[in-house]
Write a protein that binds this ligand. Structure first.
Ligand code: KMH
Ligand code: ZN
Length: 310
């Protein structure tokens, strides 16, 4: 089996600061977490921009650039920037990070969907929140449709081709694999394909082994066993570690981090690097070696840190 590619998704645009004091949203905290995660074995750092004043998701390109430069200064890990942005961000604002900062890797979300986290708001009283935006953000997601039309997906892929940025295809349901097959037939996608199965989001496929094998069977049927590599996200606890442990056994790759799950074990809030340490420990128990950033650049055919724009 290939060495295990561990991705650390540090902050995202869904987890809110009131959920955990360990959520990084200042430039220094994000850079520090990135360095600790890389040291613990993460070869890819997946990053969103957040307002350092209040932790609100941000599409500010200057701020995004500061975060990217701070992380690059402290680690040689591959940086995968989001183009998913956050609730309410227009596709044009989401994709701007690609031409602006020309990352090696960027997400490409493969279909529109309900993307809701509103049940999380039931854990808090309105006066519990550290920042006013949090309650609106969580509750408002009940009426949110995450827009990824064929037109916007085509535009995102065309932008990535211009900067030799490899797409990480975010797959939230089996239909998204058929969308990807269509984009492949349109000549917009090169192989080998890098899939990120995003499982357990309310609005997408559930994070179960049955659903993971269904996604894998479909991907193999569409792209061939050698036509793709896959990583998996399990949203929440214990789904994050269930899905990633399955990936360790099946030859896939693993994404952990506070973007998707805040617990390192039941009821215990974790720091980003502790989540990385846990999946690296589990991989060790299965004798699965951990991929280095250099190995990842080779496996995913990335352009190299020297060719990014930050
Ligand atoms: N927030 C994750 C559920 C992206 O950033 O474009 C999916 C994700 C996609 O990370
Ligand atoms: Zn993300």
């Amino acid at each position: 089996m290939e060495p295990l590619i561990v991705t650390a998704a540090l902050t995202g645009a869904v987890t809110v600061p009131t959920q955990t004091p360990y959520l990084p949203y200042t430039i220094e905290h994000l850079a520090e977490d990135a360095e600790r995660c890389a040291r613990a074995g993460a070869a890819i750092i997946h990053i969103h921009a957040r307002n350092p004043e209040n932790g609100a998701p941000s599409s500010d390109m200057d701020l995004f650039g500061e975060i990217l430069k701070a992380i690059k200064a402290r680690t040689d890990a591959v940086i995968c920037t989001t183009t998913g942005g956050g609730v309410g961000m227009a596709p044009a604002d989401r994709v701007r990070v690609v031409p602006t900062w020309q990352p090696e890797l960027a997400t490409c979300n493969m279909g529109s969907m309900n993307f809701s986290v509103h049940p999380i708001a039931r854990r808090f009283n309105d006066d519990d929140y550290r920042f006013p935006w949090e309650a609106r953000w969580l509750k408002g997601s009940e009426d949110f449709i995450f827009p990824n039309t064929f037109a916007s997906i085509r535009h995102f892929l065309e932008e990535m081709r211009k900067t030799d940025t490899r797409p990480e295809f975010e797959i939230y349901d089996v239909g998204h694999l058929y969308n990807l097959e269509f984009m492949l037939s349109e000549g917009l996608v090169e192989k080998p394909i890098w899939l990120q199965f995003v499982m357990g989001v309310l609005g997408g496929i559930r994070a179960t082994l049955y659903d993971l094998t269904h996604l894998l069977d479909t991907a193999t049927r569409l792209f061939g066993a050698d036509g793709y590599r896959w990583s998996v996200i399990g949203a929440g606890y214990p789904q994050q570690f269930h899905m990633c442990t399955a990936a360790i056994m099946l030859g896939g790759h693993a994404r952990v981090g506070l973007e998707d799950n805040i617990f390192v074990r039941r009821g215990v809030l974790g720091r980003n690097h502790e989540l990385v340490e846990k999946i690296v420990r589990i991989a060790g128990e299965f004798d699965r070696p951990i991929a280095t950033p250099a190995e990842v650049r080779g496996l995913l055919n990335l352009k190299g840190q020297e060719r990014v724009g930050f």
